[in-house]
Design a protein around this ligand. Structure first.
Ligand code: ADP
Ligand code: MG
Ligand code: MG
Length: 893
């Protein structure tokens, strides 16, 4: 017969910590602690397999469960010499849910089960009537609320009423008589609300509570939580039934929760609270002010009440030993729940404690230094994405604030600045040294210069993958998107949020980490990249195989990238360099010119500026590799579209507005992303790439002359679909190189490679590699084209696609490994077949995604490249990927 029930307690257990999937986290650790010989009240765990069975069989229990529960219960009864329902020596138990992963939304614990009108008398006769009735009123309230579904406030109101009648402040002030009256009132509430008396049959109580735990697995709250966190529904929850120990048996009893280290700072000191003469979650429920655990904590928090260390020194000393024991055993910071019954300590739960990122780093580094864990464990313990919190300024947690709107947390960090409603104004004010926040309904590529100038971006529309969100994340700027209750009035230059109106020039604060918009300037605190962060990143660097580069084009981005530890630039997008004022004018003249000669004249004006861009980048990167992508976007992105803008340009350039309009119309495309862009520009207008290549080579020569630094630029051709395209363009690049070498009389080393972003190029990678020294996977476009899905238009149905499990994750955030990944893998194989020393990298949003990075490790890329603010995340994820793959390899040998 199948085993459904696992006993624990009295120094032994049928389960253990590794059986988490079967017993749930709580049950597995209760078993483990019993095996360690800690004082754990005896009990048993009904396994998660019963939960699965229950839902597969129309909410029925498997055969044999009732017998196994009966036998396990008998074991508890024998151990504590009391029986469930026995009028003289009643056993009381708690019913506790416990899934393999800790999960809010599950049933709350029911304590003191087994009490009824008769057993309460038996318990009272044992000499402590107040304790007996206190336990019974708690039981009716908990069971009524979580099993019978009676609104808890009905009980709470009644409790307040009785306290008021007796002039009591605290529930501990209530006398036995008051408690007896309270119990009568509670039973009346249950009768009224459920049309039935409070169940007196203890077996009915037991199975009612067990059923409620299994039933809670499918409550909407639990279902939603699992969906949001990608938790498998089939996992199921376990139920723990455990003999009660009582923290509410007078002043030598207490209940508490503790962490073995400080979960907010990571400091190595015990941290926790407890309450005398209390039970269960009294400590966290706020009904009484809890007391500090230690004298040190008492000092730090200025607590008036005495610490456990003072009032229960013996139980405290024992508890401290348990902390050491458990931390050493689990090799991680523990979150522990305990109860003291008449001076005797009992441990009710342990688990790895939740902590801030800051604390996680400190604890991992400290534990590695203490020799408790290895460096590889320390690396594995930090969630790479969580590092993001440390890299941006955050709001001072103690500062007061007035929240006026909420949107999506699109890009983390906190900033304050003056409200501006258009990009030009943002730029104008920024050059005057003002901090501004760009507020738009949505942003578009024309707003880029304003987004660069702004400290933060706020939009009322668009999702987590909208233009504003993607660009802001790339720039590492805080962004709140889709603040729906924001009504923006560009004409009157103000927005309203609820009853508030905020005009241009007023100061607001954004918190891109939680999506809030606040009035005025809320003070922030700057990130520190030293200490434990630096130590752990150093370890990660020692362990990783993949290189990590950054996508950067401005000097600021490049400096940030280096500060965060980038080993080069993997993608310098040259188009952003043309959006600045003077250049944009020249660029527009170039586009409007009738022929190649006209274009050359305009390009000649851009050349020195472009050269200067590269000189600066090369200097900052000091010999590290820099991959420069030649011009990529459709030309019309550089042209004005609004009539006033066209008018202004006509005046400035001396061209006719009508001619301008005509040229803009000519360049307009039905589907510009698949139109005249990328290397097609280079094929049609060779002079553009010629100018860019010259700028690159001249910059290399200039840097060599001024600083002696040898730069080996990597010139990257975008949107290649056929080998022939690359062949043509490479020939031009080589020709320019020859010219520059001849002019300067010096040698030049450089590489030419291509983005792999058109599926055809991946399929024909072997031929393409004949002309390419490196491939860089441009996974944004590759995803769009492989899935036939536009990133800018997918937001409307992405949520549904995720819900219906059509996509396991947003393919623009995490690489679609089965589809796009298959192309990447093929291109790697074929490319290396064509050219064994082909260098392989990835750029684009995916390059900073930990799951994608694990894939990159598996297919053997040489490096990943991501936005500067993701560089630390990528360094850590790469180390985890290397360590993970080592472990995987070891297990196959
Ligand atoms: P949660 O999953 O919400 O942490 P628990 O099952 O841990 O819920 O129960 C909450 C609290 O109830 C425990 O921290 C403990 O104080 C109390 N409790 C649970 N079981 C017992 C028991 N057998 N004896 C005494 N107190 C208990
Ligand atoms: Mg709870
Ligand atoms: Mg608990």
């Amino acid at each position: 017969m199948s085993k459904w029930v696992y006993s624990f307690g009295a120094g032994g257990a049928e389960g253990r910590a590794e059986l988490r999937d079967l017993l749930g986290g709580k049950g597995a650790n209760l078993a483990e602690m019993s095996l360690l010989g800690l004082a754990v009240p005896p009990g048993f765990t009904i396994s998660t397999e019963v939960c699965s069975y229950y839902y597969l069989h129309d909410r029925r229990y498997p055969d044999g469960l009732a017998d196994q529960v009966g036998a396990a219960l008998g074991q508890i009864e024998a151990g504590v010499e009391a029986r469930l329902g026995d009028p003289e020596r009643p056993l009381l138990v708690s019913i506790r849910s416990g899934a393999p992963l800790s999960m809010p939304g599950m049933m709350d614990t029911v304590l003191n089960l087994g009490l009824n009108d008769r057993t309460v008398e038996g318990l009272a006769a044992s000499g402590q009537p107040r304790f007996a009735y206190d336990s019974y009123r708690r039981f009716i309230q908990m069971y009524g609320d979580v099993v019978l579904g009676v609104d808890h406030y009905l009980f709470e109101d009644q409790l307040d009423e009785i306290k008021r009648q007796n002039g009591c402040q605290l529930d501990t002030d209530l006398a036995t008589d008051d408690l007896v009256r309270l119990i009568e009132a509670y039973q009346a509430i249950v009768r009224e609300q459920t049309d039935a008396p409070f169940p007196q049959d203890v077996q009915e109580q037991l199975w009612g509570a067990i059923g409620a735990v299994f039933g809670s697995w499918m409550t909407p709250r639990a279902v939603t939580y699992r969906r949001l966190h990608g938790i498998d529904e089939a996992m199921g929850t376990a139920v723990n039934v455990q003999a009660m120990v009582f923290g509410n048996r007078g002043d030598s009893s207490a209940t508490g929760v503790a962490f073995t280290r400080d979960p907010s700072t990571g400091d190595k000191r015990y941290y926790g609270e407890f309450l005398v003469n209390a039970q269960g979650e009294d400590v966290v429920s706020g009904i009484r002010t809890p007391q500090p655990l230690t004298l040190a904590m008492k000092q730090v928090t200025n607590a008036r009440l005495p610490a456990m260390e003072e009032v229960m020194p013996e139980a405290y000393a024992e508890l401290a030993q348990v902390f050491e024991r458990l931390e050493a055993h689990y090799r991680d910071m523990q979150d522990i729940e305990f109860t003291v019954q008449e001076g005797r300590l009992w441990i009710l739960q342990t688990r790895n404690g939740k902590r801030t990122t800051h604390a996680a780093l400190k604890i991992a580094v400290d534990m590695a230094n203490e020799g408790l864990i290895g460096q590889d464990d320390a690396i594995a313990r930090i969630e790479p994405a969580s590092l993001d919190q440390l890299l941006h300024p955050t709001l001072d947690p103690d500062a007061p604030r007035e929240v006026i709107a909420k949107g999506l947390p699109a890009s983390p960090g906190a900033v304050s600045g003056k409200v501006v409603f258009n990009a030009d104004e943002a730029e104008r004010l920024a050059t005057m040294g003002e901090a501004v926040i760009l507020v738009r309904v949505e942003t578009s590529p024309e707003d880029i210069h304003g987004m660069h100038a702004a400290k933060g971006i706020l939009t009322s529309r668009g999702g987590m993958t909208s233009h504003a969100a993607v660009v802001a994340r790339g720039m590492g700027k805080p962004c709140v998107c889709a603040a729906a209750d924001l009504a923006i009035d560009y004409r009157r230059q103000l927005f309203s949020a609820g009853k508030r109106e905020v005009a241009a020039g007023e100061v607001i604060t954004l918190d891109g980490g939680n999506g809030t918009v606040m009035l005025g300037a809320v003070p922030t605190v700057d990130p520190k990249l030293s200490g434990d962060f630096a130590t752990l990143m150093g370890w990660a660097d020692e362990h990783r195989r993949l290189g990590v580069r950054a996508n950067a084009e401005t000097p600021l981005d490049a400096r940030t990238a280096r500060r965060f530890g980038a080993e080069g630039i993997g993608l310098c997008r040259t188009e952003h360099m043309f959006f600045e004022d003077v250049r944009l004018v020249a660029m527009r003249e170039m586009i409007l010119a009738d022929d190649a000669d006209g274009r050359r004249v305009a390009l000649a004006r851009i050349l020195p500026m472009q050269r200067q861009d590269f000189i600066e980048l090369f200097e900052i990167m000091a010999g590290l590799p820099v991959t420069i992508r030649l011009l990529d976007p459709p030309l019309h992105e550089f042209l004005p579209h609004e009539p006033e803008e066209i008018e202004a340009l006509a005046k400035a350039s001396g061209l006719e507005a009508a001619a301008l309009q005509r040229r803009a119309n000519e360049l307009r495309e039905v589907n510009p992303m698949l139109g005249l862009r990328g290397c097609r520009l280079g094929v049609l207008f060779p002079e553009i790439y010629e100018m860019q290549t010259r700028a690159i080579f001249e910059a290399v020569a200039a840097v060599a002359a001024s600083s002696g630094q040898t730069v080996v630029p990597e010139i990257m051709v975008p949107l290649v679909g056929t080998a022939r395209e690359l062949e043509l363009i490479k020939a031009e690049i080589d020709a320019v190189a020859k010219e520059v070498m001849a002019e300067g009389g010096t040698g030049l080393t450089y590489q030419v490679g291509t983005m792999i972003e058109v599926p055809r190029a991946a399929l024909r990678a072997r031929e393409v590699a004949e002309h390419a020294q490196f491939f860089s996977f441009g996974t944004n476009d590759l995803t769009q084209m492989t899935l036939g899905l536009s990133r800018d238009d997918s937001a409307k149905f992405m949520e549904l696609y995720l819900q219906r499990k059509i996509f396991p994750a947003d393919p623009f955030s995490t690489l679609d490994i089965d589809g796009v990944g298959a192309l990447v893998e093929l291109a790697c194989e074929q490319g290396r077949a064509g050219r064994p020393d082909l260098k392989l990298g990835i750029c684009g949003e995916h390059g900073g995604d930990p799951r994608t990075i694990a894939f990159c490790e598996r297919v053997g890329l040489d490096y990943v490249s991501c936005s500067p603010y993701r560089v630390p995340i990528a360094r850590l994820a790469a180390a985890q990927a290397t360590l993970g793959s080592c472990a995987a390899m070891a297990s196959t040998v």
